[in-house]
Design a protein around this ligand. Structure first.
Ligand code: PTJ
Length: 249
């Protein structure tokens, strides 16, 4: 993006917008993905565009949860591929976890395109094309998934999500980790662990925690997870945002 000088105070944000825009032109991101990105930006602005302490704790607990899982799956949509394709592949390899493309605005063409892109960027196996199972109680196309992937997972990481699927996955007895900048969303409030952070920071942060915690014994990790209180953490995020806004004026 030549016309934006690096010294521009919103440089990072403008570069990210450009990535999303191009990913939409290339057919990875759905048009409404731009709107979702805008909502995310607004909440990122409120938290100061940094990983706040509550998010860091959530990322650490998410890493523990993923390491303790028997069949973890990372769900990938258009915005995630546009912003963090390489990072999400690295995270899946580190855990190790399966990658599955699951789209709200599902078309065979988008599914194929995104799977191909992930493979181009280094992913070995990507689920999502089979669509040989359905998440009960979910009427949208988001309900279509792979038997070997999300359908049989015990822990699902859902970066950048709309609320319905999170609730439906929970109803199936799965543990859901969500990355959502909006702490008020249904996803944020219904997930087991909510990471209120930008996927751009959250995904590499979880990978760092995976590396640090990989050699911990399972009991220590399970003890950490047992004490996690997601509601309390969301309250802390809302207090952080209010204090931050008040301190600006
Ligand atoms: O690729 P598809 O077809 O699966 O479509 C995906 C979108 C994003 C269009 C679809 O899931 C959607 O409409 O999502 P929502 O309901 O707008 O929810 C997206 C949530 O993600 C909102 O709460 C945003 O605040 C949040 N969000 C947006 N960008 C980011 C984010 N959270 C973390 N990091 C971001 N970069």
């Amino acid at each position: 993006m030549k016309e934006i000088p690096k010294s521009h105070p919103r440089y990072q944000s403008l570069i990210t917008r450009d990535k999303i825009k191009h990913a939409m032109i290339d057919g990875f991101v759905h048009e409404t993905g731009l709107i979702a990105h805008g909502r995310g930006e607004a909440f990122d602005y409120l938290i100061g565009e940094k990983t706040i302490p509550s998010a860091e704790q959530a990322e650490k607990n998410a890493a523990s949860m993923l390491l303790c899982a028997e069949n973890p799956v990372i769900s990938v949509n258009g915005n995630v591929v546009a912003l963090v394709a390489k990072d999400i592949i690295e995270l899946a390899e580190l855990i190790p976890a399966k990658l599955e493309v699951n789209l709200f605005h599902r078309t065979d063409e988008r599914i194929k395109k995104i799977i191909l892109e992930l493979k181009k960027q280094g992913a070995k196996n990507v689920y999502g094309a089979q669509a040989d199972a359905k998440i009960p109680g979910l009427d949208s196309n988001r309900g279509l998934c792979d038997k070997e992937g999300i359908f049989s997972a015990d822990v699902v990481l859902v970066p950048l999500e709309d609320g319905d699927r999170c609730e439906a996955l929970k109803a199936m007895g799965k543990t859901v980790i969500a990355i959502d900048l909006n702490p008020l969303s249904r996803t944020a409030r219904s997930a087991d662990i909510t990471i209120v952070d930008n996927v751009i920071r959250a995904v590499p942060n979880i990978s760092e925690w995976i590396k640090k915690l990989k050699n911990e014994d399972k009991e220590t990790l399970e003890d950490m997870i047992k004490t996690w209180d997601n509601r309390k953490m969301l309250k802390e995020v809302s207090i952080f945002i209010s204090k931050r806004i008040n301190s600006l004026f």
